[in-house]
Design a protein. Sequence first.
Length: 191
Amino acid sequence: MEQIKKHFTEAQDILTQFVNNPNSFKNIELAGQILVQAIQNGNQIISCGNGGSMCDAMHFAEELSGKYRNDRPAYPALSISDPAHISCVANDYGYEFVFSRMVEAIGRKGDVLFAISTSGNSESILNAIAAAKTKGMRIIGLTGNDGGKMAALCETEIRAPRSEYSDRAQEIHIKVIHALIDYVETNLNNI
């Protein structure tokens, strides 16, 4: 029973650290503004991540293009998660290029790359960021621990507090994702 409870008390501690850091909400608001501006300007949001972070990237895109809480127009968002694309690029170029190749293919100036890496050091994500910069895209990063190499490469970085395992960062990331979608819906529907 104590081991089960420990999952919740650790998550509560990490969430408290996140809430008590004033930069957390400043960075979420800045990211929300970037997303709203992109949509208003006719640009798209492209999300990516590995493993559980890919699931979060997919969740983010589907709730923007589909529905979060209320009916509203669909927003232009997609995740780089097509298995045919990923296996093709991984086989022909190497896994580290699975996201950057898609950014090269469909990214445009003014689009937003929403990049997720709990370590901030995933090579495939760093390559996607480099490709996005080449295209003139804006970059929002969700990271953890010390932010890794991503911290200095993102226009805004939202960082989960340091934890022993990545699942704690992922729990913060999903809360951030929901807060961002709510921000986008609220601010676009008030225009």
